[in-house]
Design a protein around this ligand. Structure first.
Ligand SMILES: [Zn+2]
Length: 256
């Protein structure tokens, strides 16, 4: 897809930037365990597929994905790569700074890694807005789908649960192993739920301790939630709803 910066020559990139009306999408994910049924790249794939769909309708430029995120709490299982948040802040800032020198002044950061990535993305976004005179929006699927999760019958946000499993079945079915999906229903944690759809949603999130994560991984294989409730149809409705919201955010930015 020609909206991906890396697939263009510099002359084409110049045209792409003009056509994008100054808007770039940066997909940001993680490489971390996603239970036995989803690939470690799930969070990155989720951000990538949304970026592609959003760019298709708006001509926004897509920046090569940031595949890695902050995942210290998933190091208990193989395949996980975690990058320190201070490194991620600087890396993202430099990407934005480079593109701002070429005429991109509006950025949509698509976050595939939920609350864990939002923390450092906010710090990078604020620094970039202040120092580079750019405008930055963070697009988080969990927050941007709040109004339809009840309709879809999705349970709480967990990890490798029915929300991201449905999305992955819809967009990357070949990478999903539903025969290996097991449920680990989410227990209510008083006042410390990390779920935008829940009235007690909290931003006071701290990644699990190694001890908790290890015990959890050994017992359930890394899942939190009920992936067996996932379906392709729900994934499609969820994906299209997110794309609609993403497109409206990009179009709003393109007006300036
Ligand atoms: Zn995930």
């Amino acid at each position: 897809m020609k909206n991906w910066l890396q697939e263009n020559t510099w002359e084409e990139a110049k045209e792409l930037i003009a056509k994008s009306k100054g808007v770039a999408i940066i997909p940001i994910g993680s490489i971390e365990q996603h239970a036995r049924h989803l690939p470690v790249g799930t969070d990155s794939y989720v951000a990538i597929t949304l970026a592609e769909a959003g760019a298709l309708e708006t001509n926004a430029l897509i920046v090569p994905p940031m595949w890695f995120g902050w995942s210290p709490h998933h190091m208990v299982l193989p395949g996980t790569i975690t990058i320190r948040p201070e490194v991620l802040v600087e890396y993202l800032f430099d990407v934005i700074k480079s593109l701002s020198a070429h005429g991109i002044d509006k950025f949509v950061l698509i976050n595939g890694h939920r609350i864990v990535n939002i923390i450092w993305m906010q710090i990078a976004a604020e620094k970039a807005q202040r120092e580079l005179d750019v405008v930055i929006k963070i697009f988080d699927p969990a927050y941007m789908s709040k109004d339809i999760v009840d309709t879809l019958g999705f349970g709480p946000v967990g990890h490798a649960e029915e929300v991201e499993t449905s999305h992955m079945i819809y967009r990357y079915e070949d990478l999903v192993h539903m025969d290996k999906a097991v449920d680990n229903p989410i227990k209510a944690t008083n006042l410390y739920s990390v779920d935008p759809n829940y009235s007690h949603d909290t931003l006071c999130y701290v990644p699990s301790t190694f001890k908790t994560a290890k015990a959890h991984a050994e017992e359930f294989g890394g899942v939190t939630g009920s992936p067996t409730k996932a379906s392709k149809d729900k994934g499609e409705i969820y994906h299209k709803h997110l794309v609609k919201n993403l497109v409206s955010i990009i179009q709003e930015l393109q007006k300036d």
